[in-house]
Design a binder for this molecule. Structure first.
Ligand code: AGV
Ligand code: CA
Length: 311
């Protein structure tokens, strides 16, 4: 499966990249990095270092996004990416070998789509801004996309944006750039959506942390354990800051949809007012394959298999 990955530099975006590099089914064609749930420079260098360290010698180009927003992620979350790029495990071998392109992530994606003869699978684990930019500039390129797997949105009552001017229905990736969601959903791309419906089933528990700790002699588990040590443990009740394996689930769904159940829905997105970024079900909306449930045990077993493959 030929895959292009666009992420926004959070801890689970970067661990998703690590797992993607261990998947035998996946050929990674390029990575775009947004400074959304991160800052773009450390998120980009962490991306290059993960490819260097865990990419098994493959040469994969990385490009930084120039996208911005009026609705930034909370600063404490964004700072975690500085710690990711500083992990000793990622800084043992210098200098960085993975090439950084001088064009933007959107232009890089345009070039990849323009040149491919075989349609590509897109994995987006942050806002859809760069894809929307490509569609606005060259709508015919959507024919080169076999499908989009997106971590974002939710049709549940409760989203995860707790901000003064938001009513709490939206999910962060959709809230960050609701217009981009609109542009992408108005296109003819096949969309698989991994929203909070399924990701609520994969919280980062202390049992998961302990399991990774026990296997830390293996480098893949050491990397997972250290990465997730950067996000606070909030286990007594779910808050705005409770961590789930959102992006990792979207990544595992790419190659292992059988650990999930899906359903076909029709959806739209709200692009202004207090519900900005809220995704809604409506009969007149565009078709979406929504990941509905996930088998928690099989999900964590799959992560174990992938982490074991790293060396
Ligand atoms: O809304 C989920 C998205 C995912 O792409 N991100 C985190 C994942 O990368 C935003 C987010 C929601 N809650 C968070 C987030 C938290 N507590 N810490 C960091 N990011
Ligand atoms: Ca993300």
């Amino acid at each position: 499966m030929k895959v292009y990955f666009n992420h926004d530099g959070g801890v689970d975006d970067l661990t998703s990249l690590f797992l993607l590099l261990q998947m035998p089914e996946v050929t990674l064609l390029g990575v775009g990095v947004m400074g959304a749930d991160s800052y773009v420079e450390p998120a980009t260098s962490a991306t290059q270092k993960i490819i260097d360290r865990f990419g098994k010698g493959q040469s994969i180009e990385v490009a930084s996004s120039d996208a911005g927003t009026r609705h930034p992620f909370p600063t404490p979350w964004r700072l975690e990416t500085f710690s990711m790029t500083a992990l000793p495990l990622l800084n043992e071998h210098e200098p960085i070998k993975t090439p950084l392109r001088s064009d933007s992530a959107a232009d890089h994606l345009r070039r990849i789509l323009g040149e491919t003869s075989e349609p590509i699978t897109l994995l987006f684990t942050g806002p859809l801004t760069d894809l929307a930019t490509v569609i606005r500039a060259q709508p015919e390129l959507t024919n080169k996309i076999s499908r989009l797997v997106w971590m974002g949105g939710t049709f549940l009552e409760r989203g995860n944006v707790e901000e003064p001017e938001a009513d709490g229905h939206a999910e962060w990736n959709a809230f960050w750039d609701a217009e981009a969601v609109k542009t992408v959903w108005d296109s003819n791309i096949d969309i698989d959506m991994v929203g909070l419906e399924s990701t609520n089933n994969v919280p980062l528990t202390s049992a998961v942390r302990r399991h990774w700790a026990h296997r830390r002699q293996q480098v893949g588990f050491d990397f997972l354990g250290n990465s997730y040590a950067l996000v606070p443990e909030l286990r007594h009740f779910v808050t705005n800051s409770t961590y789930f394996l959102w992006d990792v689930l979207a990544t595992c769904y790419l190659t292992h949809p059988e650990i999930t159940t899906t359903k076909l829905v029709h959806g739209d997105v709200v692009t202004d007012g207090p519900s900005l970024g809220r995704t809604i079900l409506t009969a007149s909306g565009r078709p979406i394959r929504l990941v509905d449930t996930v088998n928690n045990e099989r999900f964590f077993d799959l992560i174990d298999d992938l982490a074991s493959a790293a060396n």
